[in-house]
Design a protein around this ligand. Sequence first.
Ligand SMILES: [Zn+2]
Length: 101
Amino acid sequence: MQKQGLPWAEVRSNLQKRSISLEDIKAWRKSEASANRPSGYKDFCLNYDFCQTCLGEGVTINDNGIGFKIIGMDGDIQLFEQCPVCEGSGRAGGPYVQKKK
Ligand SMILES: [Zn+2]
């Protein structure tokens, strides 16, 4: 796998904007939980067609699930890894996934 670090603004440049707020996510989880259906954030991502690997963030997440993985430094600038699955789009079924090599 090719590793290429990108500054924050750039690593997020392919990300497709979400129109879902934190409140929407909370409300969805609450209603799913009360209906006894899976209500984790991963389930939410699945339901809303977000990338399961980066959870719709377009950036590789740390192995412990907290924060984003920093794979290098450019001077003082932290470099992040674009999600290799969705290529930074944050979407599970977007055009980025379909043109996969
Ligand atoms: Zn992804």
